[in-house]
Design a protein around this ligand. Structure first.
Ligand code: URA
Ligand code: ZN
Length: 383
């Protein structure tokens, strides 16, 4: 099998044992709460405010490498780029966050380095490191951690939430961080955790549905839009930002965003391009669960080419549709969304694979790219 036709999972999480130990030691959210149910220890993960039904059941899927590999084997996944799951280090004091970031980055490097070989030059596991992105951390501490990660050969990027160092990702203070990440060639995986104001969900008990289905993607939408508006992509054109959950609502709202900017000359004067152009600079996971959504996102990415400097964006301009799918990559969100019944394959995985397979308008070559080839080239693993 050629490397380019491998199945690669770029959205797959872990809570490393050291992080689990911290969560177990805590008495407030985020925490892992262990109790006794029917004489057996029962671990529950509480990471969101107002976590329904006493927390989510968690087990070795969340922390053991062998379980990750078994899951990969069961679904035909050749290689995974693993990231710590939310809420990362967001809740820690700066000195604790800095020390733990550096320890967890070493742990993840080892977790990947000790994984089975996929080919003579590739392992089966690579990772996204962590930065101590918490209020009052020094920029020097962040830059030191970027340097650490860039020297760990199995870490190919970093995962981050949307808070930055307290003021969000459009905070000017983060400019040296974007600069250093771009220079180091580290991919930034932007992932939600906080959702939107819980008051929006009303009073009915809808479990996790509204925060996960809507809150998470809206959070990503807002954070990415703020980044675009702050001019980060104009100042750091080589920054590679990968958006969770196919960019949330941003593809659907990008023309409305462009129109609102057009009608706000102060904001418009800050940007070098039409808002839709920036979507062509981003990368998107293919965790959208439906072929129509995937096809739509790839069309919106491809359309960005119409907004090259000076171009009118007119529908007559030619668009290379393949440029859209090339920026999209398969993901599973493992170990979240496990099957409720003991089925062989996870529905959340099968659905995303079928969605890729069923996008009308994608050639076999494009589908293979989304299944794995695009990720291998983004992470420089096509050796
Ligand atoms: N739930 C989470 O808390 N995080 C994810 O990444 C997915 C589901
Ligand atoms: Zn996720």
């Amino acid at each position: 099998m050629s490397l380019a036709s491998r199945l690669v999972d770029i959205h797959t999480h872990i809570y490393l044992p050291r992080y689990c130990a911290l969560l177990r030691s805590r008495t407030s959210v985020p925490r892992i709460l262990t109790s006794n149910r029917d004489g057996k220890p029962d671990d529950r993960l509480l990471i969101l405010d107002h976590e329904p039904s006493g927390g989510r059941p968690v087990g070795p899927h969340y922390w053991e490498r062998d379980e990750k590999i078994k899951f990969m084997d069961r679904h035909g996944i050749d290689l995974s780029v693993v990231s710590t799951a939310n809420p990362w280090l967001d809740f820690l004091h700066p000195s604790e966050a800095k020390t733990l970031a550096s320890q967890l980055n070493e742990d993840l490097e080892q977790y990947c380095a000790d994984s089975p070989q996929l080919s003579p030059s590739l392992k089966r596991l690579y990772g996204f490191g962590l930065l101590p992105l918490v209020p009052d951390i020094s920029i020097t501490a962040l830059l030191e951690t970027i340097e650490q990660i860039s020297k760990l050969s199995h870490l190919k990027g970093i995962i981050m939430g949307t808070k930055g160092i307290g003021k969000g990702l459009d905070d000017d203070a983060l400019d040296p961080v974007w600069e250093a990440l771009s220079k180091a060639g580290l991919v930034v995986f932007l992932h939600p955790h906080y959702g939107v104001d819980a008051k929006a969900w009303g009073e009915k008990d809808n479990g996790h549905v509204l925060p996960l289905a809507l809150g998470f993607p809206f959070e990503t939408t807002i954070a990415t839009t703020r980044l675009i508006l702050s001019g980060v992509f104009d100042r750091h054109p080589s920054l590679r930002l990968l958006l969770a959950h196919s960019g949330g609502a941003l593809p659907q709202l990008s023309s409305r965003l462009a129109s609102c900017i057009d009608h706000d000359p102060v904001v418009a004067s800050r940007l070098a391009h039409d808002a839709r152009w920036y979507l062509g600079k981003l990368y998107f996971d293919a965790v959208a669960y439906g072929p129509e959504e995937l096809g739509f996102v790839s069309d919106v990415i491809a359309r960005a080419g119409r907004f090259e400097a000076g171009a009118s964006g007119s529908t007559g301009a030619t668009v290379d549709r393949k440029l859209g799918s090339k920026r999209m990559m398969f993901g599973t969100d493992h170990p979240f969304f496990p099957p409720l019944k003991g089925t062989e394959k996870w529905r959340s995985v099968v659905e995303n694979l079928e969605a890729i397979d069923e996008v009308s308008g994608w050639s076999q070559e494009e589908k293979e790219g989304v299944r794995g080839g695009n990720a291998l080239s983004l992470f420089n693993l096509l050796l």
